[in-house]
Design a protein around this ligand. Structure first.
Ligand code: SIN
Length: 286
């Protein structure tokens, strides 16, 4: 596609593109928004470098692509209700988002986009991996595709945010924000979604289930479901589908949770990492 307001460079890896030529701290023209959206739908994740964004400027940028959503498990920064801080302190062990997943797939209408901005990055490490779940679906055998498309998944936050979940336990060790108040019962809820999702804008199918968010296949036990989720994770996250993004202060990534998995690497022990995250409302997965 020929762009008039941005430059789009796909030499970043198997999925994603770097967008240059635009200052996203400023209000964007309708054409610029249309072109960024088109690049995002085509490449599934778009990256920007060297931006300088207040929380409200980040939220305003994200709002070009839909109504903003509120993440149920963390308190926003003081200056904007839609921006949550994602901070791993130097002495913490567990990081946020450190397993292959798509964001918040355990709610009825998971966010379509996540917009993540790097405030402070470690000297080394802390990269985020992105995997193309559409291409991975295309490459599955017809037999496995048929099984996955005829079943549905039971998704739940309980594996990470529930009473026994890993984040809850890290919060108890004071390693993560403690602000789970009021969300405790919600953290145990379950919702049914397809295992393979069809993108509402592109019509493409993608693998959607993930080990941390999909509790089980409907009608199966969790023990029966785990081997299939592990197998899918291994398939979908092969090098041929994965782009590794190295953050710099001022980098921003916007990914499409309907067709890309991500995994925040936890390889910077002893250093601090500070990000700001905004999510854009999505539709019920079909
Ligand atoms: C997330 O999973 O939303 C966080 C990703 C990251 O911090 O790189």
């Amino acid at each position: 596609m020929a762009y008039q307001t941005i430059k789009v460079d796909t030499a970043v890896g198997p999925v994603g593109a770097i967008i240059t030529g635009v200052d996203i701290s400023k209000p964007l023209s309708a054409l610029a928004v249309k072109e960024i959206n088109a690049a995002w739908l085509e490449h599934h994740v778009v990256f920007f470098r060297d931006q300088s964004l207040t929380p409200t400027q980040q939220a305003d940028f994200a709002a070009n692509f839909g109504d903003l959503d509120v993440y149920p498990f963390m308190t926003a920064v003081d200056s904007n209700p839609n921006v949550i801080p994602i901070i791993k302190e130097a002495d913490a062990e567990l990081n946020f988002g450190g397993a292959w997943h798509t964001d918040t797939s355990y709610v009825e209408r998971p966010p379509k986009a996540t917009v993540l901005y790097a405030v402070e990055v470690p000297d080394t490490g802390g990269d985020t991996l992105f995997a193309d779940a559409t291409q991975a679906f295309h490459d599955l055998s017809d037999g496995l595709k048929n099984i996955l498309e005829s079943e549905s998944g039971i998704y739940s936050p309980k594996l990470v945010h529930g009473r026994e979940g890993s984040y809850k336990q890290a919060a108890a060790r004071s390693e993560m924000a403690k602000d789970y108040g009021g969300a405790e019962d919600f953290a145990e809820q379950e919702v049914e979604h397809p295992l393979i999702r069809t993108h509402i804008d592109t019509g493409e199918k993608s693998v959607y289930c993930s080990l941390p968010h999909t509790h089980r296949i409907k009608g199966w036990t969790r023990e029966e479901s785990i081997p299939l989720f592990k197998h899918l994770t291994e398939i979908c996250t092969q090098d041929k589908y994965v782009t590794r993004f190295k953050w710099q202060q001022g980098s921003l990534a916007m990914w499409d949770n309907r067709c890309v998995f991500h995994n925040a690497l936890n390889d910077y022990q002893g250093m601090r990492r500070h990000m700001h995250r905004v999510i854009v409302q999505g539709e019920r997965p079909q």
